[in-house]
Design a protein around this ligand. Structure first.
Ligand SMILES: C[S@@+](CC[C@H](N)C(=O)[O-])C[C@H]1O[C@@H](n2cnc3c(N)ncnc32)[C@H](O)[C@@H]1O
Length: 226
């Protein structure tokens, strides 16, 4: 029988498309609360709109592979969402693959970034979002009875692109750019809480010069007992 896979929070569909292309006999369901961008999709991909914080139930269908990447750190009560994704979607013998970030591993390089981080942490706490979810995924999955063998790898991405591993340097630089873009958006959200335009400018300056910070991402995989 051909394999099937689902990717909750597929975003642009990057992983889904790569998986569908590499495994043309597999059926892959991409899921997001926003539509996919208008782009070519291999025929073995289908797409469904869903808010995975509310529903992760695709009929009775279970999947051989359930993959989600950089999604849980956006979502309130993400540990509950993770438990539901694992229990409802992974078939016995199937594989759960979760990749996510530990945003609190970023400590910044000066007062502006430290102030920014503390305000973001306060906002996340108020919204029930776990900034450190990446680091905690293995223990949440391990606590599920059906996933006894949880493996994970932590990878620290260097903002300066100056680490010993060239393959990670590009990712580190890209992560820093996403912090710069995300910082502008978050600064607007924090404005009513007193994060001023001047603070945002100082944070951005500090971030752009930051060649020291490391940000940890976690790759966790576990198979469900058959
Ligand atoms: C940072 S992007 C990651 C996209 C993709 N997984 C990747 O690695 O390229 C986060 C994605 O999660 C989706 N997302 C966030 N909260 C969601 C929710 N409650 N239900 C479904 N999708 C959600 C967003 O729409 C966005 O596409």
């Amino acid at each position: 029988m051909d394999l099937n896979a689902v990717e909750p929070g597929c975003g642009s569909g990057a992983w889904t498309i790569q998986a569908a292309t590499q495994f043309p006999a597999a059926q892959i369901l991409a899921v997001d609360r926003s539509p996919l961008p208008n782009r070519f999709l291999p025929a073995n991909i289908s797409f469904q709109i869903a808010d995975i914080s509310k529903e992760v139930d695709f009929g009775d269908e279970k999947f051989d592979i359930v993959h989600t990447r950089f999604v849980l750190f956006h979502i309130p009560n993400a540990h509950d969402v993770l438990r539901r994704i694992a229990q409802q979607l992974v078939r016995p013998g199937g594989l759960l693959l979760i990749e996510d970030i530990d945003l609190l591993s970023y400590v910044g390089t000066g007062p502006a970034s430290r102030h920014y981080i503390s305000m973001v942490k306060q906002m996340y706490d108020e919204r029930g979002i776990d900034m450190e979810i990446g680091r905690k995924i293995p223990e949440t999955v391990r606590a599920l009875r059906d996933f006894p063998n949880v493996q994970f790898q932590k990878i620290s991405l260097p903002f300066g692109g100056n680490g010993p591993d060239d393959s990670l340097n590009g990712l580190g630089l890209a992560m820093k750019q996403s912090f710069v873009r995300g910082g502008d958006v978050v600064a607007e959200v924090l404005a009513p809480k007193g994060f001023t335009h001047e603070m945002a400018v100082k944070y951005r300056e500090e971030l752009e010069k930051d060649n020291e910070s490391l940000v940890d991402v976690y790759f966790c995989w576990a198979s469900r007992v058959g």
